[in-house]
Design a protein around this ligand. Structure first.
Ligand code: ADP
Ligand code: MG
Length: 269
């Protein structure tokens, strides 16, 4: 069993504090959804946990099975078992998926035999067309195909904990169902079930990918946590109640610097 523990995490980007004390624990087999308005810091949280450059951690800790994640370079975090499905998957011209998988599994000391057959089998499970397997990574793929491709890589790599940053963005209903269903399956297997941190705006991702807990992130803090019913409440009532409640009254300067930004964000969802 694995455990990702995020504790009191504060981080700045370009000199501005975006994460303002995040506490979150994700264990194998658990699905946690993080929801929140645009600009709340959701992608920043995923970037900081994976070690993307440009983000400075100013307080708190992130551990995976007790190991200090923040002390590791990004590749080592991946080898240790963290995986990020990016909101906007990167196109890598000239590099084939097959070769990426051979390198990635090889660096983890895992079996890289009969890769083609394994890729074909996995592609079949999530409706990723076999002909796309020979393309350069994500090149000339539609938004939905890219996310199927990302889900395929996730399934092949079998990390301990996966962070999905808006897996649902750019997906049609069929692709959304196939991808979220596959992730749900991974979280339910008996041997090494996947722990999931799913960042999303929409409850519809959560009909197939069933969260154990839903957390609401507003202005860099988790302001509410609850069961799946919390996502349903959001669908009808929006974030307004949580945004109002998020101000600790001590950071007028922040509000003044960006008048109405939180509310503007609400209308852009
Ligand atoms: P969310 O994913 O919740 O919509 P983000 O984490 O992407 O929000 O962004 C939170 C805030 O941090 C936004 O105001 C955004 O402009 C800012 N931000 C995020 N990444 C960067 C960056 N690399 N450079 C400058 N500002 C950034
Ligand atoms: Mg984002």
């Amino acid at each position: 069993m694995s455990e990702l523990v995020i504790s009191g995490l504060r981080a700045t980007v370009a000199g501005r504090e975006i994460l303002r004390g995040v506490d979150l624990t994700v264990r194998s087999g658990e699905v946690h959804a993080v929801m929140g308005p645009n600009g709340a810091g959701k992608s920043t949280l995923s970037a900081v946990v994976m070690g993307r450059s440009g983000y400075e951690v100013t307080a708190g800790s992130v551990t995976l099975d007790g190991e200090d994640v923040l002390a590791m370079p990004t590749w080592q975090r991946a080898v240790a078992g963290l995986h990020l499905v990016m909101q906007y998957p990167t196109e890598v011209p000239g590099v084939a998926l097959h070769d990426v998988m051979v390198e990635a599994l090889g660096s983890r000391g895992r079996d890289t035999g009969s890769m083609r057959d394994r890729l074909v089998a996995e592609a079949g499970r999530i409706g990723f067309e076999e002909r796309f397997l020979d393309r350069a990574l994500n090149v000339d793929l539609s938004g939905g195909e890219k996310k199927r491709n990302e889900t395929l890589q996730l399934a092949m790599l079998e990390p301990r904990i996966a962070i999905l940053d808006e897996l649902d963005s750019g997906l049609d209903i069929d692709a959304l169902r196939d991808c979220s269903r596959r992730v749900e399956e991974m979280s339910n297997v008996t041997e090494r079930p996947l722990g999931v941190l799913a960042i999303t705006h929409y409850n519809r991702l959560l009909t197939e990918l069933k969260p154990d807990q839903v957390h609401i992130l507003v202005r860099g803090r988790i302001v509410a946590s609850g069961g799946p019913e919390l996502a349903t409440t959001l669908e009808t009532d929006g974030y307004a109640a949580f945004v109002e409640g998020s101000d600790d009254g001590g950071d007028e300067a922040d509000t003044a610097a960006e008048p109405g930004s939180a509310l503007d964000d609400l209308f852009r969802i």
